[in-house]
Design a protein around this ligand. Sequence first.
Ligand code: XIL
Length: 561
Amino acid sequence: MPQRKTVRLLAAVATAAAAAAGLAFAAVPANAVPTTQLDQLAGLQGKYFGTALTQANLSNPTLLAVSDSQFNMVTPGNEMKWDTTEPSNGVFNFGPGDQIVAHAKATGARVRGHNLVWDSQLPSWVSSLPLTSVQAAMETHIKTEVTHYAGQLYAWDVVNEPFNEDGTLKADVFERAFNGSGYIADALRTAHAADPTAKLYLNDFNIEGENAKSNAMFSLVQSLIAQGVPIDGVGLESHFILGQVPSTMLANMQRFAALGVDVAVTELDDRITLPATAANLTQQATDFSNVVKDCLAVTRCVGVTQWGIGDADSWIPGTFAGQGAATMFDNNYNPKPSYNAVVTALGGAGGGTTTPPPAGNTVTLTNPGGVTGTVGTAASVTLHATDSAAGQALTYSATGLPTGIAVNATTGVLSGTPTTAGTFAVTAKATDGTGASGSATFSWTIGASGTTPPPTGGPCHVDYVKAPEWVGGVVADITITNTGTTAINGWNLTFTFPGDTKIASAWNSTPVQTGTSVSLTNLSYNVTIAPGTNTTLGFQGTWTSNDAAPTAFSINGSRCS
Ligand code: XIL
C-alpha cells in the first residue's frame, strides 16, 4: 500500500489589513503567505501538527483558512470539558463538541478529546457532591462521553493536570473521594472500556522538562503500567514563557518514551510580555523550533499541537494580563517568524519534494466547505488534495474559469469575485517536474444570483443577439421562449455581462443593472408567456473594452437550458 498523505492547502490570509495596521516583522513581510503546510511537513516525518479549535472559531473564515490548511489534528478548546458536556448531574450536552468533530472530519483532521476529569471547568455540582457519590458520577461521566465519541477520536486526555508544582497530587474532589491517586487508574479503565480504540493520555503543564512535577508524572505512569492500567501517552502541555523552553525537554520525552508510552506536545504556546519586539519574535522562533526539533528527535513523540491558531484567538491575553503574541500567526493570521522556523525545523523550505510520483499514483480533490458561489460576490475556496504517494508537490490548473476567478497553481486556492456564472473544473496533478501521474478534478458552481446557484433546466430558452454592435455601442435583441408546458405568469430575466456593457435604455421590460448583474422584468402587457410561445425585448447600451454576450440566463431564478 502506498503511504497516504494528505496535503492541505492554505487560502490566502488577510494581508491588506495587516499592512494597514503596520504589522510587519523583521524576518517576514507583513503580507507573506506560508509557502507550505505544517501538517504536510510533519506528516513526512511521521507526526501530526495540530491546533485547538473552539466553537466560536468555526465562524471565522480567516482563522479557518489557516486552521484547515495547516493543521491535521484538532483539540476542542473547551467543548468537551465537563462544564459543557454535563452541566448538571445526568444532563449531557454534546452539541458543541459534535460541531468541532464534524468540522475536523470535513477537513480531514483527526481529533484529540480534551478532557474527561479535571478540577477546572468542573461544574459545582460535582465538587459539592458527597465524597461517597463522586466515583459513580465520574464513571458515568466518562462512560457517557467516551461512548458518545467512540470510534471517532484519536485520543482522550482522560485526566488533566492532576499534579501540584511540587509533584504532590492535587487534593481535588476526585483525589479526596478515592483517598489518593486511585481515581486516575479508575478513570483510565472506565475510558478504555467505553472506547478501546482511543489512545488514553494523562496531560499536564510544567512537566515538559525534568523537574519535581514531571518526576511525579513519571512515577505515576510507571506504576500504572505495572498495574496493567490502560495508558497510552503523556501530554506535555507546553505553555511556555518566552525563552524558557526547558533544555531537558528532549531527555524528559525520551524517558517517558522508554516506559513504552507515547508523548505529545498538546497545547504549545510561547507567551511574550506585550508589546512584542522584533527580538522577542526571533527568540520565539527559536523556542518553537526547539520544541519541534525535540519532538522530531523522539520516535514516540507523535505530534505537536499549538493551543489556538493565531494571536487573536489565543487564550493567553485573557488569562495572563499583559502577555500575548504566543502563537505562530499574528492578529491577522499572517505567519510570524516562529512559523517559518517551524517549517524549517520540519525540513521544509520551498515545500514539496522531488520524489517522482510512482506509477498508479492517484490524487483526489475535495472541498469540505461551500462549493457554490454567486456572481458579484467575492469568494474563496480552499481545496484539499489527497495524494496516494507521500511527499508529492501538487500543481493546480483550471479551464473555463468564470471571469474574475483565479486559481493559485501552488496553493490551489480559488478566489476572486466572479462576474460570470458557470460550473468549471480544477485539476490537481502530482508532478516531479518531468511529468505527472495522477490528477483529479473538482467542480465549483458559480450561480447567477442568490446564495446557491439557480437550478438548471428551467422551462425556458433565451436568445441574445447583438444587432448591431459598434465600437462603444450595442443594440441587443432578446427572445425568451417558454419551453415548458405551463404558462409563465410574470417573469424576471437575469444574467451577467462578462465585460463592461451598460444598458442605456430598454424596451418591453424594466431594466435594473448593478455592476455587471442585470435584471429585466416584464411590463403589464407582456406578463404572460404561454407554453411554446416567446416574447421579445431588448436594449441599447454602451461599452468600452468588452461587449461579450452573457453566457447564462435565468428566469425567475431558474437557469434556462
Ligand atoms: C483553556 C482554554 O483555552 C480557555 O478558553 C479556557 O477559558 C480555559 O482553559 N490547560 C488546559 C486547557 O488543559 O484546557 C486550557 O484551556 C489551558 C490550560
